[in-house]
Design a protein around this ligand. Sequence first.
Ligand SMILES: Nc1ncnc2c1ncn2[C@@H]1O[C@H](COP(=O)(O)OP(=O)(O)O)[C@@H](O)[C@H]1O
Ligand SMILES: [Mg+2]
Length: 1107
Amino acid sequence: MAKMEVKTSLLDNMIGVGDMVLLEPLNEETFINNLKKRFDHNEIYTYIGSVVISVNPYRSLPIYSPEKVEDYRNRNFYELSPHIFALSDEAYRSLRDQDKDQCILITGESGAGKTEASKLVMSYVAAVCGKGAEVNQVKEQLLQSNPVLEAFGNAKTVRNDNSSRFGKYMDIEFDFKGDPLGGVISNYLLEKSRVVKQPRGERNFHVFYQLLSGASEELLNKLKLERDFSRYNYLSLDSARVNGIDDAANFRTVRNAMQIVGFMDHEAESVLEVVAAVLKLGNIEFKPESRVNGLDESKIKDKNELKEICELTGIDQSVLERAFSFRTVEAKQEKVSTTLNVAQAYYARDALAKNLYSRLFSWLVNRINESIKAQTKVRKKVMGVLDIYGFEIFEDNSFEQFIINYCNEKLQQIFIELTLKEEQEEYIREDIEWTHIEYFNNAIICDLIENNTNGILAMLDEECLRPGTVTDETFLEKLNQVCATHQHFESRMSKCSRFLNDTSLPHSCFRIQHYAGKVLYQVEGFVDKNNDLLYRDLSQAMWKASHTLIKSLFPEGNPAKINLKRPPTAGSQFKASVATLMKNLQTKNPNYIRCIKPNDKKAAHIFNESLVCHQIRYLGLLENVRVRRAGYAFRQAYEPCLERYKMLCKQTWPHWKGPARSGVEVLFNELEIPVEEYSFGRSKIFIRNPRTLFKLEDLRKQRLEDLATLIQKIYRGWKCRTHFLLMKKSQIVIAAWFRRFAQQKKYQQTKSSALVIQSYIRGWKARKILRELKHQKRCKEAATTIAAYWHGTQARRELKRLKEEARRKHAVAVIWAYWLGLKVRREYRKFFRANAGKKIYEFTLQRIIQKYFLEMKNKMPSLSPIDKNWPSRPYLFLDSTHKELKRIFHLWRCKKYRDQFTDQQKLIYEEKLEASELFKDKKALYPSSVGQPFQGAYLEINKNPKYKKLKDAIEEKIIIAEVVNKINRANGKSTSRIFLLTNNNLLLADQKSGQIKSEVPLVDVTKVSMSSQNDGFFAVHLKEGSEAASKGDFLFSSDHLIEMATKLYRTTLSQTKQKLSIEISDEFLVQFRQDKVCVKFIQGNQKNGSVPTCKRKNNRLLEVAVP
Ligand SMILES: Nc1ncnc2c1ncn2[C@@H]1O[C@H](COP(=O)(O)OP(=O)(O)O)[C@@H](O)[C@H]1O
Ligand SMILES: [Mg+2]
């Protein structure tokens, strides 16, 4: 269905301004007010040019439905109100159609909605990209990787119930059509300290709680766990249950997601075993034990937990126990073992737990990557989605915050670089003069942190590697020396007098002025966390585990691969991975989503202005707007611009014929917009000030109202006029009709009056004539009547006289006749009674018989002997006569019929008779043979030159020459043979060559056997011991079995004077060489159609299947 093209714009029904670039005047207050106004109206998205600001609504809004997806699909960015879908669509289309790799950078504080935004982007792309079984599986795997990573990498914090505790960058790969092929996930710095300790009001990673609440009893037993959270030291209890999070249900979701992503059952189980081992590690406790040398040594309090861990992981208990009590240091081929005190033992335990968990997490990411990686080698287009922890300022900021803020610093930098670059590129593309823009470049802060020679990270590494006592304090001292003069570094210990009196800066801290604000870092723990030390004894113990997953997590524990070099520090690892990430992002077209948290309470409808203000400041959003509108605030392609404002000028309204650009020129001239306010690019008009745009908008609104009035006016006029015309027309019609009606009525009246008068006159005239005529007629009638009466009287008198005379004559005749009758009866009475009855009877009988014969003559049936018709008998007493007559007639007509036969025909009928005697009612095949004439020589040997030799070899008369199937005695297969019967012999010859194969004198034929069924099989039994019988009896099948058997019978009888025995049975024996074989006829299957099949079953049995 073609969608109706409705031209809309971001500018329609705007709440506040949809694009901050249009904000007038632009300052922090108006910026926040605009955000708030939009937020209050459920508009959580606002643009700054192509950047999307997203304010977390903390409640579900109905703006992510499939219908919304359809709305935003294939629409221009500024066509609809701001939405994350518009950005996703723009990115996806530019990836698919313009072949530009994309990255979507999502930044913001913890809880600002980054992860949700990344999921929305992914689900939008999944919804609009290709479909199909394979593509859907890829999509499903990509989407399902989220729950798995969230279970292991997310936790409840005070800021967010589902806070990602790791940075995530995911490349989704597409083919040239835009169908997803797979993906690659990179993870950054999991906050592993959470495994062993959580701040107040926060939880450990979700997976621990999910496992304990969601696992079945059976699984818990297997993992040696108990359901009760309070049993585990590593789980904080005060907020173990979180409102709105169903851990048990999530556990099932995660298991299911693992399955979809492609984890094998045993892999998923191994993962849970590691999780269980980490939980149980926390329960190992140590107690001090004094030794002889006065040193304190730690001992494990209760070895039960240790034992279970060892059982779970397949580690030798003594090895692990030793690793918790000793530390071996290797230096210059020397091994020195020192005992651990209680504090050290706890440190070792926690380090192990943290390492185990964070390595498991990295393993999971790799494992997921293995599943979701693109299977093909074709060139891929890439869309990267970066969901990384935002800028963090806590009361106590430590190494982690330092690292995280460093990462954000870098992101801000490429944001500035790329936005400026994009802006500049657009100006060049559109051929507009570039004006220099002042902005704060945070490269200097990045340099403070990452500089290889005197950056803070480099200092920290140097300190960690330095021999001698290294503490956090020595590190701070070093910083104070090196960075003291840096503009963005503040420390009280530095000799720079600026901060000597700053009491807000404690001695054990340093402060960095980040682009987003000042952050005070506690130096405590920096060295330790950077070192990220795991005692070698522990990694070796882990490597010895029989649990394959755990073993693979600690490759450095392999004694064969001992590496005395220190592993890279956490700081330098992170720096390297951030550098790779930045390099990667720079090659892609960036799309920004900047998330803002409206309040600290995770509550809907609350907009805390100071909190938002802070975020706007450190995200540099105002700066972003300034950059964006430094030159020209608003730009629009010529066509939509002309389309939107063409009603403001007579020349362009309603249609502009020329190119859109000149239309816009005419329009702007007409409106007298100052020339410095706009500039013409190649494809877009650039408007310097939002004021101008709003003026245009106001004019448009005004003009639209005028236009509406005009349209209304014209419509009303048109409506009234058509109404008037209609009324006028109707009035004429009605008047015409009425006049006609009146005239008609008047005419009718006049006409009828005239008629009345006319008729009266005519009537009067007619009556006068009538009267005269009646008088004349009456005179005539009177005379006639008188004459008639007179004639009548005369006639009646004469009639009376004649009647009297006739009556008298009749009476005389009757009396005479009666008298004569009486006389005759008196004379003959004496003869009549004695023999009249008999005479009449005989006479009648004779008449009946005569009539019977005469009728029979006409009703005789035909002369055909098989005609069964005979007329019915008319009288019962003729019954015997009638039967006799029928018999005589039949005999007579049979005789007549026979008399016509020639000798040859007689012979044929004799044969048919013989066949009837032999087979009638015995063989089922018989009835079908009755109608077939017996021809004997079917094969005309004389005429076929092929058989000349055969013909010459036979001197006698041929009685039968026919092709039969000879059944092979060994396997039941059949071959064609010529079957010849002469007066004395039976011959078989090859059908092709005519060569005689066997010759049997008729005296040697003893018997013919066949079944009672409807088949043509028959056996010819030979006399035992005769020469012909050496190979055994013959088994044939023929279409003319009845004829052949009959002829064989008759010939044998006439030649040998012996009756050939014919056996009809469904089971008979034949002699094949030495074997007596039973030929058995069975009701066969219908598989072979109506052809009987023959099969040699074994030595003793040959089966014929008759259908
Ligand atoms: N677009 C949104 N619509 C509704 N709720 C949201 C949206 N974005 C975020 N939230 C809510 O805010 C919470 C925190 O979001 P999240 O994306 O996890 O934050 P971040 O990843 O930035 O720390 C989510 O759990 C959800 O309840
Ligand atoms: Mg998150």
